[in-house]
Design a protein around this ligand. Structure first.
Ligand code: ADP
Ligand code: MG
Length: 350
């Protein structure tokens, strides 16, 4: 076959193939957009595990009506305008790819009412529809301040992907876990999650991050969580680590109860996982996984988030410093606590 340029729809569908694996990936991209837009409340509604409908409503800054077609264009973003900025990303999104790729494999409708930089609300909301390579003109609409995005019939035009979707309850499980992980780090934002008309998560905005963690992890774990915190000196980079270390007796058979986050982004990371494991060395058998929440905050220039299409992994500029700090913070907290359950009760009541 001769060499040809791919048509734009196919380019977007290929991009979607890398990032949009299942309904939970759509929810991730859209909720991250809501967080980047400064939302204080995010309501997620899904039907049939997200296969039929995904709706994300936020009260963030909104999208100006005249920018709507651009928001849906590939490689178009309001978050990144130079290579220097790429070296220190402080938003969750930056590729300008999500809306374009999701729209290329679904039926999308955006309704938004924007607030400008002075906080002035647009006179009316605007709406736009996109599907495959079809794009409607933006039209005036009724709508609350913020943005609501609806996705229907995910993968309707990519049957190979659609075939790989699992049952509604499996797909919903992925969405539920994702929202829990994001909600854990963004404690000041209220979240709700509704599946087939049933509300399964309802988290009010919290002032204290520990309270949000307990709301997600379950009240029954609260007694067994030890808060830890460590801030490096400015000369050493000023990295901060905060978290909750579960008592060794709470350790689980799976690592699912470890919540690792870097600069507001839930991540999978070998360094952090290893640091947690090492901190519990001798306290938890090698085949058990401690319950742990670890939030690391550092200068965005110290961590590269542009290494994984779904941004689930990051690369630290100084991995051993991060490892050392997390290990020390957890280990010290564990050693300072009396880990026998009865003594722990006494410690609490004293
Ligand atoms: P990225 O997040 O990488 O910029 P997206 O394709 O996810 O790319 O979004 C494109 C643009 O659309 C964003 O840069 C932002 O300006 C706008 N946008 C998307 N979702 C929202 C939202 N919920 N609220 C406000 N603006 C949004
Ligand atoms: Mg985005």
């Amino acid at each position: 076959m001769p060499i040809r340029k791919l048509p734009p729809l196919l380019v977007n569908q290929i991009a979607a193939g890398e990032v949009i694996e299942r309904p939970a990936s759509v929810v991730k991209e859209l909720v991250e957009n809501s967080l980047d837009a400064g939302a204080t409340r995010i309501d997620v509604t899904v039907d049939d595990g997200g296969r039929e409908l995904i709706r994300i409503a936020d009260d963030g800054n909104g999208i100006p009506a005249d920018e709507l077609p651009l928001a849906l264009a590939a490689h178009a973003t309001s978050k990144l305008h130079s290579a220097e900025q790429l070296a220190a990303i402080d938003t969750l999104g930056f590729r300008g790819e999500a809306l374009a790729s999701i729209a290329s494999v679904s039926r999308m409708r955006i309704t938004t009412r924007a607030r400008d930089e002075q906080g002035q609300l647009a006179e009316a909301a605007a709406t736009i529809e996109a599907s495959g390579d079809q794009l409607s003109d933006p039209a005036p609409a009724a709508g609350a301040p913020g943005t609501t995005i609806e996705i229907r019939d995910l993968f309707f035009n990519t049957p190979a992907r659609r075939k790989f979707l699992r049952t509604a309850s499996t797909e919903f499980g992925h969405i539920n876990e994702l929202i829990q992980r994001l909600a854990m780090v963004h404690h000041a934002v209220a979240f709700s999650l509704t599946h087939n008309g049933r509300k399964s998560l309802d988290l009010s905005a919290e002032r204290e991050r520990a309270r949000r963690c307990v709301a997600v992890l379950g009240k029954d774990l609260e007694e067994g969580l030890l808060a830890f915190e460590h801030v490096d000196t400015p000369e050493r980079g000023g990295m901060q680590v905060w978290g909750l270390a579960g008592m060794p007796s709470l350790a689980r058979a799976t690592g699912k109860f470890q919540y690792l986050c870097v600069n507001g982004r839930p991540v999978r990371d070998r360094q952090l996982t290893h640091a947690v494991r090492e901190a519990y060395r001798g306290l938890v058998p090698p085949d058990r996984h401690p319950v742990a929440v670890v939030f690391v905050h550092m200068d965005p220039a110290e961590v590269d988030v542009n290494v994984h299409p779904a941004k689930a992994e990051v690369r630290f500029r100084n991995p051993s410093a991060v490892h050392g700090l997390v290990l020390a913070a957890i280990r010290q907290r564990l050693l300072a606590a009396d880990l026998t359950p009865s003594a722990r009760m006494a410690e609490r009541s004293s």
